[in-house]
Design a protein around this ligand. Sequence first.
Ligand code: ADP
Length: 332
Amino acid sequence: MTETRFDALCIGNAICDVFAHVEEDFLLREDLVKGAMRLIDTEEAVRLFDKMGQTVRISGGSAGNTAAGIASLGGKPAYFGKVAEDELGDSYYHDMNGTGVYFNTPRLRDSNPTARSMILITPDGERTMNTYLGACVEFTPSDVDEDVVAASAVTYMEGYLWDPEEAKKAFLKAAEIAHKNGRKVALTLSDSFCVDRYRSEFQSLLNEKVVDLLFANEHELRALYETSDLDTAINAARETGALTALTLGENGAMAFNREETVKVSAQAIDNVVDLTGAGDLFASGFLFGLARDYSLSDATSLGCVCAANVITHVGARPERPLKDVAAQSGFD
Ligand code: ADP
């Protein structure tokens, strides 16, 4: 087997979060529904971006957040995602590599700009989101660097990759390379609407052992097996033989396969500020733990520690090194 260079390779939609504080008037002038999330086209993305004034930019996207969390734990993550040759693409490159994530996917040229989620924060703290997918959905099989997949203990991929046909092919190519090299493949279900779109295909990925490790929250797992009863969904997932990491919001998380089940309580927090990124950072802790041969219970606990940390401030990136946060909770 190739030497393990990366604890995890994360693959997903590379989206830059762009935050700006705006007055209520701005929303009225732009005819925006406060608190809503909408998908916008290229023209609207460029127009709104130009009007936003001073912005704070954070390289985001679900798998990107997970990779950044692993780096913050002191691990070695890699990331594949598509950004364009533009200003936001530059900052995405700079941020990811600066955080300690190996990121070298060729950039998109002469096409759509880098994906951005423009988040307008009004004085009352409400967030109005305008998401433009642009370059990120142009990820293709040729972007899958075989050497990096072969050198990663696990390749962790977003369910959202199932939306564009080429990205789906890239997912399957990465999974094949990973298995050929004796590595694991993980899928995160992304959101319950995504599960509704691809339920039977995601089930097949598990049944046919294309995926060894599944990440889901309660809504997503219930959606996968079209049931309102969580235990029914858990039993169905267990039957596949995959290892499932299931987050349970304020009730913590579980991990289970056919042989073993562990349940861990959430960390007690009295100041939940912003739930964005909880699931992504749970995955950081869990993947890091598995790569470092932690017990299933310890990996799940570390996931909860990382998730709890990210929800005590705005945004999906750790504000202080997760390595220190983990050490404070007894992980070294
Ligand atoms: P997602 O962000 O994908 O919807 P969850 O809501 O299940 O996922 O949250 C992921 C993890 O975040 C949980 O497993 C838990 O560790 C942590 N978490 C979520 N809400 C709370 C909370 N109120 N208090 C403490 N930890 C929480």
